[in-house]
Design a protein around this ligand. Structure first.
Ligand code: PXL
Length: 276
């Protein structure tokens, strides 16, 4: 059986331009066959909509895993995002351990926090479980807040390169083989990413838009996963994904200044395809 498939595990927010509805189109645009395991179905994402509905899908996971095992299905990469409950993390570990090919890659976006705070659905128990995924990740893709939660580091907005390098060392201390840290901003008008593999850490900076946008973490991680699985180095994939995400924010703010719940990444996809 052809095994050059990616499996992505994250929620379906039916409306909201995040998680699965961002990952699938981006990975497809990158030319990669993508299988899905929805972790939960929500009527919308949880950041700004009121009274959203949530259906957790943890209990489906063992049945799906068993079926895939029987069929001999394996994946060349596992890419996880927003999961939703601490209980499902043991199943994610089973998938990582038993359904990846021998050279398979686990790309872990610990989507659980931003701006110094956990998302509403999560607590310390969830963070504890996420540390177990970080320990076996080939690449971990946190923003600064998530990196702080994973490493028990107090969050701060004013920092220097030494502090960021310490955070990267702590993530690698947890077990993550390679790190791409997002939202690393040393000046008011720029932001960027720090990518670290082997002994080398590179910083890449680009324009910072005044207003932050929801869903950009998922756009970034999906574009990174697409570029990395198309064979780019960690540093190149980190840079291509950063440029794409910045362009999506710029495009949205120029053309749809009132669009608040996500970014209009769709019209920018041709630019990502050109870079691959
Ligand atoms: O990764 C962002 C995200 C994904 N899914 C859901 C969310 C959020 C952020 O708030 O609420 C359901």
């Amino acid at each position: 059986m052809d095994d050059f498939k990616i499996l992505t595990i994250q929620d379906i927010s039916c409306v909201g331009q995040c998680s699965m509805t961002v990952a699938l189109p981006i990975l497809s645009a990158c030319g990669l066959e993508t299988a899905v395991l929805p972790s939960a179905v929500l009527s919308t994402h949880t950041a700004g909509f009121q009274d959203f509905t949530v259906k957790d899908l943890t209990e489906e996971m063992p049945k799906i895993i068993e079926h895939w095992k029987k069929e001999g299905i394996r994946f060349r990469a596992l890419y996880t995002g927003y999961l939703g409950s601490a209980e499902m993390i043991s199943y994610v570990l089973t998938i990582r351990n038993e359904l990846l090919t021998d050279d398979g890659v686990f790309i872990f976006d610990p989507a659980m926090a931003d701006d110094g705070k956990l998302y509403p659905a999560f607590d310390e128990a969830y963070v504890r479980e996420m540390k177990k995924l970080c320990a076996v990740a080939d690449v971990v893709l946190p923003n600064l807040t998530e990196a702080c939660f994973l490493t028990d580091t107090p969050y701060k907005e004013d920092f220097n390169g030494r502090w960021v390098n310490g955070l990267i060392d702590s993530l690698r201390g947890l077990g993550a083989k390679q790190v791409v840290l997002t939202g690393v901003s040393f000046t008011d008008h720029s932001t960027g990413v720090a990518s670290s593999t082997g002994g080398a850490t590179y910083y890449y900076h680009h324009i910072k838009y005044a207003k932050g946008c929801h869903g950009t973490g998922d756009v970034y991680s999906s574009a990174f996963t697409g570029a990395f699985m198309r064979g780019m180095t960690l540093h190149d994939a980190a840079r291509v994904a950063a440029d794409f995400t910045a362009r999506c924010i710029g495009y949205t703010q120029e053309n749809y200044p009132d669009h608040w719940y996500g970014v209009k990444f769709e019209p920018v996809l041709p630019e990502l395809i050109e870079k691959l």
